[in-house]
Structures are given as C-alpha cells and as structure tokens.
Design a protein around this ligand. Structure first.
Ligand SMILES: Cc1cc2nc3c(=O)[nH]c(=O)nc-3n(C[C@H](O)[C@H](O)[C@H](O)COP(=O)(O)OP(=O)(O)OC[C@H]3O[C@@H](n4cnc5c(N)ncnc54)[C@H](O)[C@@H]3O)c2cc1C
Ligand code: SF4
Ligand code: SF4
Length: 474
C-alpha cells in the first residue's frame, strides 16, 4: 500500500514566476497508472459524493489503474462536458474526503482526470436525442449556462445561448494562463458540435433583449446564468486615477493578448484584496512587473484570507509580498498613481453572518509607494436593465438567483442561478436544467425527461469488473 501521492510534476517558484507557462505538468502514463492503483475503490466513495456534479471519479480511476485510458476518457466526459477545463482548474472538492487522505495524501483525482484526457480519446461528439421541437434560451455563456444547455440539448431541446461578450466561457476566460492555457474550453465545446445548440455572442440582456422578450419570441423557458463579474469598487479617493485597474477586466485583457498592459517596464504594484481573484491578479502582475515588487494588501490576518492555501503558498514562493491588517483609505497621485495610503485595522462588531468586521484604527496612516493599484474587492452580478419583475435575489449570493427552490424567478418560465466555482456553477446548471425540463413537461402535458446517455449507446457502457457505478446521487 502506498500512502503518499505520486508527486505532480511542477515548475519551481523562481522559474514559474518568469512567464505565463503552465505550472503543473501532466503525469506520464506510468505515473498515472501507479497513482490510480493507490485508490481503494471504496464501496461508499466519498470522492463521488463530494463532487458537485457527481463525476464518477472512482470509475475513471479504476480504468486508469488498468491502463484503459480511452475508456477512462469516455467515462469522464460522460458526466462532464467541461472536463478539460476542470482537470486543470477544479478546486478538487472530491479530494478533501478521499479516505486515503486519512493515512497519507488523497488520490490525485483531478490530475488523473487530466491523465484520462491526455492519454485517452476524449474527442467524441455528444449525440442529440430525438428533437422535441421546443426552444429554450440561456442568457450567459459561462459554466452554468453551458452545463444547462448540454443537459437540455441531450434531452432533445433546441437551445440558444445569448452571451454579452464576443466569446464563450464567462469567468473561465479570466483564469490566468499559468493555470489554464486557453485552449481547454475549445476542446470541451468541440464535443457539443452535433447538438442543437446555437451560440449568439455580443448580445446583452437588458440592452439587446430581455428574458420576457425571449419568452414572447417563442422560447418556452429562459435561464439567466449571468454570474458575478462586475467589479466592486473601494469607494475611496483616487480610485479613478490612471494606473488603477479592476482585477477582472485586468485578467481578461491579459488573457486576450494584452500582456503589455504594464508598458513592459518595471512596476511597483499593490493588489487590494485577499481572495483567489486577488491572488490571480497578484501572481499575474508578478509575471508582468519585470523585476518590480508586487504587494498584496489585506485588511484581515493571513489566517482569514479567503484565497486557497495553495494560491497563497505558491504566490509566496514566487516572490509576492503581503501586508496584513491594513486597509486602503486613499490612492495618491497627480495624473498617475504614486502611492496608496493605508490604515491599520482592528476587530469590530460582528456582521450579519456573525463574522467580525474590521475597523480603522485612528493615527495609524502610512503610505506604500507604488505606480499601479489593482482592486480585487469582490464582484457582483450586473442586473442593470433587467426587468424589476424578475426580482433577482443578489444576497447572500453575488450572482442573480431565482427565489423559489427550483430557482424560478417571479416571472413564470424565467429561472436564474450560478455558482462559486466552475464545478459549482455547472451543478447549478444541471439542477436548473432539470427544473426547466420539469416546468416545460408540466406545461406541455408530458413527463420530465431524465438525462439520456450522452453518446446514445444502446447498452450501458462497460464498467470495471465488480464495479456498480456511483453510490451517491443528490
Ligand atoms: C480570476 C478568476 C479565477 C477563477 N479561478 C477559478 C478556478 O481556478 N477554479 C474554479 O473552479 N473557479 C474559478 N473561478 C470562479 C469561476 O470561474 C466562476 O465561479 C464560474 O465561472 C461561474 O460560472 P457562471 O456560469 O455562474 O458565471 P460566469 O462564469 O460569470 O458566466 C456568466 C456569463 O454571463 C455573461 N453575461 C453577464 N451579463 C450578461 C447579460 N446581461 N447578457 C448576456 N450575457 C451576460 C458574462 O459575460 C459571462 O460570460 C475564478 C474566477 C475568477 C474571476
Ligand atoms: S469535477 Fe472537481 S470535484 Fe468533481 S471529481 Fe473532478 S476534480 Fe473532483
Ligand atoms: S475516496 Fe479515495 S480511495 Fe476511495 S474510491 Fe474515492 S479516490 Fe478512491
């Protein structure tokens, strides 16, 4: 029994901070097989239970352990139309409860998904079911919208996704290239080509159409999956000076080819925020700053940072500086950023969720010299121009969500949801697609359609010997 994971090949801190090359490298076939053979093939697979889309990871791990990479790839994409994106970006919730973690390190479930797709044939087209001749509109081409469209197309609906940006992918397009090279989404979307799915890009709800106008145009239901990508501002003086960027547009511009954003010269950068987006912006800045200094400014302590531990430790290895328990009060400069004034913070009374707030401590102001400030203070869903009747709930989630348990809004036939990560957004897309199918079925006097086999196979796919499929469904 090997309790420790086969190490995932990775570039070291100094090397990786030099450019945007991918940090993690794939296992070799032999390494993947050895790692998969550590799996105990638990009868009660907590890994599957913890995966928000119930990906049958136990199944693909078993197949990899037998060297059957084509079968492993097929099983992976059977549950997961964004498997290529997820094999590099998923926060691997499945690994948290892997029983091997109790004695050693959890099985590298996410990385094995990558091995399945690297070494097996994952480019197999999904097969549409008999057409229902019923149209559904999806607003927003991020993971939630794509997942719902896949679910609905497999059930025989004709689906159109309306996306405000000129490209599909949503926030996936802002994930830095050292995590995701940018080709993965195209690989995943390629598998959808035979489905009755239309992408309409550059069209924004609230400007070019409304969910109600789509219903009037003959769509039987509308799914609003517009996520949360409008940056929150700090609301402090100086925020509009040249040299101040909001994190999301900054990351998007960089991924779409603007690596010269910093003018290709040394920069002194302060990133405000302590979440994953702040760390992505800071680590990307480090790669652009040409030997400059990048400081992450966070108003609470290190232990309170919402960013994942991996991001913080990897960012530290790469050379990020951190300033904790300081909050920005002013951005300084005449015509260009010259510094940021900060004040020490103390613990204030608890907020509505019971989390202690922070208060500024008088007489503690100091200045950090810098020429660039990146604000990563959170995001929200932009519902400007969407009809008030939708009454989209924006709290506690930052993305619009219907109020009913099935996420229908106050307008009949219009649903809305999203998620805190790629795989959670996909899970929301799955559940909402199920609710839309149930709604349309009731309206048209038939039973809901379960998700059919995405490859329209007449018989169930061959599974590993003695294997009975995922035990947990929710
Ligand atoms: C920098 C960054 C890094 C991240 N890294 C990871 C990671 O490594 N792993 C992970 O799991 N998650 C990560 N996430 C989170 C993840 O990307 C999101 O949780 C996920 O994309 C949410 O999916 P969604 O479909 O709900 O919304 P989104 O991805 O936001 O997609 C919504 C889509 O709707 C479109 N839209 C918005 N308004 C309108 C409108 N009015 N009309 C038409 N279209 C509209 C938007 O343009 C967008 O394409 C990251 C997020 C960011 C910002
Ligand atoms: S999608 Fe994510 S949570 Fe699910 S099995 Fe893959 S890595 Fe784990
Ligand atoms: S919990 Fe871990 S050991 Fe058990 S089946 Fe899942 S991956 Fe294998």
């Amino acid at each position: 029994m090997r309790y420790q994971r086969i190490p995932i090949p990775e570039d070291q801190g100094g090397v990786r901070a030099a450019d945007f090359e991918e940090i993690l490298h794939a296992y070799t076939k032999e390494e993947a097989i050895l790692e998969a053979q550590r799996c105990l093939q638990c009868a009660m697979p907590f890994c599957v239970q913890e995966c928000p889309i119930t990906q049958d990871c136990r199944g693909y791990i078993s197949l990899i352990g037998q060297g059957k990479f084509d079968e492993a790839a097929l099983l992976t994409i059977q549950d997961n139309p964004l498997a290529t994106v997820l094999c590099k970006t998923c926060y691997h919730y499945c690994e948290e409860d892997c029983v091997m973690g109790g004695k050693g390190t959890p099985i590298a479930i996410r990385h094995l998904k990558r091995a399945a797709l690297e070494f097996g044939n994952g480019q197999i087209m999904y097969v549409p079911s008999a057409p229902k001749n019923q149209r559904i509109a999806v607003v927003g081409g991020g993971p939630a919208g794509i997942m719902a469209a896949w679910e609905l197309c497999l059930r025989g609906y004709s689906v159109t996704i309306y996306e405000a940006q000129p490209f599909m992918g949503g926030q996936v397009d802002t994930i830095p290239k050292y995590h995701l090279t940018g080709d993965e989404l195209d690989w995943d979307l390629g598998r959808l080509r035979n489905l009755d799915l239309t992408f309409v890009t550059g069209k924004k709800a609230g400007v070019d159409f409304t969910p109600e106008s789509l219903l009037r145009d003959g769509y039987l239901a509308v799914y609003v999956a517009i996520g949360a990508s409008e940056p929150r501002l700090l609301g402090i003086p100086g925020e509009h000076l040249p040299g101040v960027f909001a994190a999301l547009p900054f990351l998007l511009a960089m991924n779409k080819g603007s690596e010269g954003l910093f003018g290709r010269k040394e920069r002194q950068v302060v990133v405000v925020g302590g979440g994953d987006v702040a760390l992505d912006a800071a680590r990307s800045s480090l790669r652009l700053a040409k030997g400059g200094r990048v400081t992450v400014l966070y108003r609470r302590g290190k232990a309170d940072m919402p960013a994942g531990e991996e991001e913080v430790s990897e960012g530290t290895e790469e050379g990020l500086h951190f300033v904790f328990q300081r909050a920005p009060v002013r951005i300084l400069g005449a015509g260009q950023v010259e510094g940021i004034a900060v004040q020490a913070t103390g613990v204030g009374p608890p907020d509505a969720k019971g989390r202690p707030t922070t208060v500024l401590l008088p007489g503690t102001e100091e200045t950090i010299a810098c020429d660039t400030v990146i604000v990563a203070a959170g995001e929200y869903g932009d519902i400007t121009g969407l009809p008030a009747e939708l009454d989209l709930k924006l709290s506690p989630q930052p993305w619009p969500e219907g109020k009913r348990p099935d996420w229908m809004t106050d307008v009949e036939g219009v649903f809305a949801s999203g998620g805190k990560s790629v795989v959670y957004a996909m899970a929301a897309g799955t559940r909402t697609a199920g609710a839309i199918d149930a709604y349309v079925a009731k309206k048209t006097g038939r039973s809901p359609t379960p998700r059919p086999d995405p490859f329209a196979r007449p018989i169930a796919p061959k599974l590993p010997d003695g294997y009975s499929g995922p035990t947990w469904h929710f």
